[in-house]
Write a new protein. Sequence first.
Lengths: 403, 205
Amino acid sequence: MIALLFIAMTALADPIVAGSQPLPEPSSPHLQVRDGVLIVFDGYLDVGFFDAQGDGVAYDRASGLRGPREAPWVFYGDPWANPVNSQGDSADLGLDRTNIDRTDRIASGGRPTFLLNTWHPGIALTAGKSLQVDAELDFEPRSGELGDLGDAVSVDIAQFDWRPIEKSDLHVYIGKVESTFGIEYRVRHAPDRFGITPSSIARYTTGTPLGVKVRGSVRQVFWYSLAATSTSTISERFGHFKNESTASGRLAVRGNGPVRVEVGASGAAGAIGSRQAGVDAQLKASDLAIRAEGLITDQTDGQGDWLRAKGGYVEVDYHLANWLAPLVRVDRRDADFRAGPNYYDSNTLRFTGGIRFDITYNAIAKIEYLFIDELGSDLGGDNDQVETEIADNVFTSSLVFRY
Amino acid sequence: MIATFIALVFALLSPALAQEKAGSIKGTIAVKARRANSPVVVYIDGDGPALESLMTGEVAQKNARFKPQGLVVATGAEVSFPNEDKFFHNVYSLAPGASFDLGHYASGHSETVIFNEPGVVDVACNIHADMSMKILVLPNAWYAEVAEDGSFEITGVTPGPHRVVAWSADHTPVIRNVTVVDNEALEFSARLKVSLEYINRGGYP
């Protein structure tokens, strides 16, 4: 009956006469301050439910594993191998097994958990054709423990976006800006990300640094993005590597034919000595999208801590129908991380399968399952005999409302 | 007898008297980086005889692109915008006098817009920042499509001053004022350069 009514309504829909309606306005709530000055309020709400295997922790204190002499605490696995939302929060950071005070905002303990992943409000002020001011926040209500309320408010983006030449796509961004590294930063927000969780290398590429960035193209074929920032694109919070003045950039070639292919290379160099390089490629053809990235990173905080990692992922997204779209992703990450007396030996292969349901343009439901396989230690010697598999697979789901 | 003679002469002369004076415009348009399925036309801007063809058109949304990316229709034409992708699209225009917004709609649905005002209509999708196309709504019947070899001819043009436009969705139009003379073919040649016009939609930050 509803279907018949819908068909009837569609059939009876009258053509629209161009110019007969008021000028199109943003679909988000907005305020026309005066001619040429517009404030738009947009954002999204992301709620989720997840269930992680074991105690929810994706690494272990490997009592049988022998690490370097200067690092008496050796851990095996990747604390962020089991993300449960688009921010990449782990189901449980397992702080009871470490010797450093950190904040664990979810700390599920392996229990099935409902979560308001984030409320992400944004405000954009547009003044004329050449200037826009953007601010985006994250409100993350959490339960907290041990005297910590757990709740978090963070500034995601706060930038001036200036177009100095009207008939050009050159943009100059000043403030807390989007990354210049790779392609995953474009889809790091829940409504934009095809699935739910970030790749295992997103922690190195999707952070929002503070500084100046320019971006543009030569005839929309050759694209460049360059930044000089006081922090890096690293967002992982186990180390202090993000607090390093960094020069970064990406060059890419994008074809604009029916099958759109984009290939890019990124690099970053920090003032203390950190280095990072990566390549990326993506293909979009009809309802299919394939994207892949790989990187190698060598980070130092200048005080003895270091991180050496390489990794990458391939993701395939496909729209079976407007409301049904599966995805598969394979991630690989091999990392060694020294933080004080702690030494992390991570070597993981991860398979992710998921389905996305676009209920309406504004409401999206997603589910995902992550199979995480620890591949063994690369410390060598007797360590090869140590059991290294961790029960840390995750089922997670998300319901996103954007406005 | 005299009346019959006058009637006979008048009948013989009347076709010539009835035939309106007319000239033509012809020439060659050199088009840099011309794309297949993207029309290139030369037309006369302003008043003229009504165009009775090109009263319908279709702009599909396929592969996150508008297809075609340039469309030529007559004033009063109905243009449909079917979504042939399996994800949401939006279609809107901020063109002065021809603005519209079709909202977000899903795969398999189509909306129709009537264009009653001549001119160029920039069309975009507010979901996919790199989707855009242009519709040229012709003001009258004085137009010609430019052939692959660049040649064109507009016939039946009323003598007098006119504004001639060579247009393509991908190029900066060439506009010239000309004077058409009865029974003569006016030469009009031009070179269309790829447009560097970008709308402030930015793409990826």
